[in-house]
Write a protein that binds this ligand. Sequence first.
Ligand code: ZN
Length: 202
Amino acid sequence: MNVQLTDMARHALQTAYDAATDLVLATPELHSFAGWPQAQFAATPATPMPGGPGLAAWQADETTPALALHDAIRAAVPFARWQHTYTEEEVGRDFLNRYGWFELAGPYGHFRTDEMRAYIAYWGEGLEYPFHLHEAEELYYVISGQALFEAEGQPSAVLRAGDTRLHLSNQPHAMRTLEAPILTLVLWRGGGLHGAARMGTQ
Ligand code: ZN
């Protein structure tokens, strides 16, 4: 990356981090989950997401509570280290083409901290994210769009912008996007912070 591009990347990611900070500090449900770290920026190479152009072009409704974060993420799409947890065998090619996440703050994130993890995760419309689980406790916050959330021992619910959903340690959960995509802020805390999700229900 040349110096100019590096500056653009840092600015875009810092703007996203600042927007996430504002949201978490203004939302008791988010702040009480795991606090919010004073994480340090760490230069991390970008990796593209096939669905990136779709996300970058997505204009959210003006009434979206986290509109500033939504727009900051759109601007940061080319600079984020987008990842896929799953393989084509597990979720299919269409899923991989229209899904991705990056670690905004955490042990490996654009902003480094060992206190918690904060991901930005995106799914295009009409995708089924099968049941999976992980040791860390998790709080989803819907930045924009909507999806049907399912979890063992919990009623299914369609979550929309501003809604949250807690997943306990190793509680299997799944998600299905309907006619709209979804953009989420996902917080992790507790044991298994450095781990990853795996497919299945046990
Ligand atoms: Zn999860």
